[in-house]
Write a protein that binds this ligand. Sequence first.
Ligand SMILES: Cc1cc2nc3c(=O)[nH]c(=O)nc-3n(C[C@H](O)[C@H](O)[C@H](O)COP(=O)(O)OP(=O)(O)OC[C@H]3O[C@@H](n4cnc5c(N)ncnc54)[C@H](O)[C@@H]3O)c2cc1C
Length: 494
Amino acid sequence: MMPEAAEREFDVVVIGAGAVGENVADRVTQGGLTAVLVEAELVGGECSYWACMPSKALLRPGTALHGAQTTPGAKEAVTRTLDAAAVLERRNYFTSNWQDDSQVSWVKDTGIDLVRGHAWLTGPKAVEVAGLDGTQHLLRARHAVVLATGSTPNTPPIEGLQDVQVWGTREATSAGEVPERLTVLGGGVAGVELAQAFARLGSSVTLVARSGLLGNFPEEAAALVAAGLRADGVELRLNTTTDRISENNDGTLTVGLGDGTAVTSEKVLVSTGRHPALEGLGLESVGFEPDGSGHLSLSTDASGLVREAPGDEPWLYAVGDAAGKNLFTHQGKYEARATGDAITARAKGELTGTPDAWTRYAQTANQHAVPSVVFTDPEWPALGAPLRRPGGTGTTHRPWNCSSRWPGPPFTRRTTKGGRRRWLMRTARSSSARHLPVRTWRNCCTRPPLPSWARCRWTGSGMPSPPTPHSARCGSACWRSMACELFELTSQFG
Ligand SMILES: Cc1cc2nc3c(=O)[nH]c(=O)nc-3n(C[C@H](O)[C@H](O)[C@H](O)COP(=O)(O)OP(=O)(O)OC[C@H]3O[C@@H](n4cnc5c(N)ncnc54)[C@H](O)[C@@H]3O)c2cc1C
């Protein structure tokens, strides 16, 4: 017999305790509302355990070694290759061995309730949860339900794919050993980063991409990254379709390609994009239906509000990957701050209708100033809406070559590899420059001179072990240099 469901009421119910869900719950709690987070897996979500953190932890040792190997004076001291076991061990450290205790402590210390279980909507402002411990919960929201459920990998139409065991990005970033041969399907950011990480760990890597690499980036980015991959021995099979996949008697997998050739390897990583994780969330109970491809999608306004949701007052929001706008942690957290503040303001009667652009309740920078980095070696940082995104804004961009007042290790590292420092800025000068969604690392931003309007602080709330700066832990110095330059640029533009 099903145990009786415990019914509780909160101001805000947040489904999904990834980096973004945590941030919304934090924001509304800071605004004086009560909030509950519902999480089906690990508090901290994809970024902490299977995406940003482990992938960057896998990349960093190879980048450091390569930097030394290409620096006269240092290269003479480098006589060995990467210690793969030590790299995987270091990766385990960054994922806290897939234990979320520290993030759970943070949630509790912040005054947010946590329910571990799988949640779905049963009607407006009503959420049911099947607890991981077998309990049932009914959660009622006085003001808002926020969907922060992340994204799900796409399954490409490849014959035989359902019959074999392949890696997704989760299996790659949490791998316990380095395969002798690895075939990567997909030339997006995750595909190129993981191809390079495993090539430098010793795998013989073939990357197959239906079109070119990095379709949302300028061609020179793709060319630079391709050259870096080839230098690491990655075989690139571009503009090539994957038709079928099958398992051989020895357990290896053979991928049949559209050009009639085949690639055999111990592991195949499928990294062909992601879509919002909205299935199984009971959205049908409030009137939403899947599209022709079977996927649900939600249209949100600048505050993250799903306007089509039934009811007289606004109550349903989607943020982060679930909203399907910009699938980055920092951008999702930016959305979370705006949405959290909008929910709080609406609850207090301080906000009605759609918020004005560039107010604290609007995610305006999503259209104008999305910073991102391809963390390969060489790295490719970019700022602005992606250039070739289907259905993109079509905004005119021009390259912006910067010099920096703060030369440091990332710069020298990139110049040794022939990398370049180029930003893609909107051509039009506008007030948007004042509002770039940059809340970045403390150790960067405390450096003078900073514009007086810069509201800058560390966003480490969702990170496992403050106060160690995330950038240093991941070795992603690029973030720091990028943030510094954004301030430099915005002070010039503003
Ligand atoms: C390999 C890889 C590398 C990446 N590297 C970077 C990077 O370097 N920098 C960057 O900015 N971004 C990176 N990203 C993207 C980044 O990981 C995502 O944008 C980010 O994790 C999205 O956060 P989120 O909170 O929206 O979703 P998630 O982190 O996916 O969190 C969603 C949470 O909701 C939970 N959930 C889902 N459904 C339910 C339900 N019904 N009930 C209860 N709980 C539920 C899930 O268990 C999950 O914990 C990377 C992605 C990948 C795949």
